[in-house]
Design a protein around this ligand. Sequence first.
Ligand code: GLP
Length: 249
Amino acid sequence: MVFPDYDTLSRHAASEIFLKITRKLNANQKFVLGMATGNSPIGLYKNLIELFKDYQGSLSGFHTVNLDEYFKLPRESKDSYYYYMTQHFWKPLADMHESFNLYTQTIIPDGVAEIPEAECKRYEEAIKEIGGVDVQILGIGTNGHIGFNEPGTKGNSRTSLVELAEETIEVNKAHFGGDPDLVPRQAYTMGIGTIMEAKEIVLIASGKSKAPILQEIKDLKKPTEDIPASFLLEHPHVEYFVDEAAAGK
Ligand code: GLP
């Protein structure tokens, strides 16, 4: 769906996701929210936190799973996705709701785990153990990456430690004081095969830098490894939340 601007998009995405979460929690069922980082979902998280302020129920059945994490960045690093999540979502939520424990109800790759293969296995198993992801939020890179699945990634890939594309390093350097040499070259990412197992997917795209890649995907008939997000064409339940700039209007 195309929204006039980023704020409207964020509000709508938040209220839809809030309803999905609370519908299950109110029925005493678990809800697992797959979360993305980057600029795109910040407005959504802000609005979700607002909505949770008035929620009277328990969040003990609410779990989050994060898509990716930079390799070798410790959790305390201000550039880690762990830190981002703490700032934008986990801590504000835990401060309002005692029933949300930000240590036991969140799953995210550990950038400084000693053995990468073991870390990928732990992460995949943790997702399985909580019953899989109900709704996975995604952003999209200007090169079509989802999570850190860069062009060339296979559609059945599982969680792994990957090399970042040059374009990704160029774009993400803004978060590292503009210095590309400070951007880690590798990251853990949930695989495309793992992403495709989420029951539902919500993709958020805002701003004109995303317009060309979205247009390319729209013009495709079937997925291609050159554009990892194109694998979503084969997912049965994807909703696109796009603002006018990203839609090329
Ligand atoms: C980063 C993240 C992705 C994110 C993408 C887009 O590299 N690994 O998960 O979706 O870039 O980021 P933004 O929303 O800031 O454009």
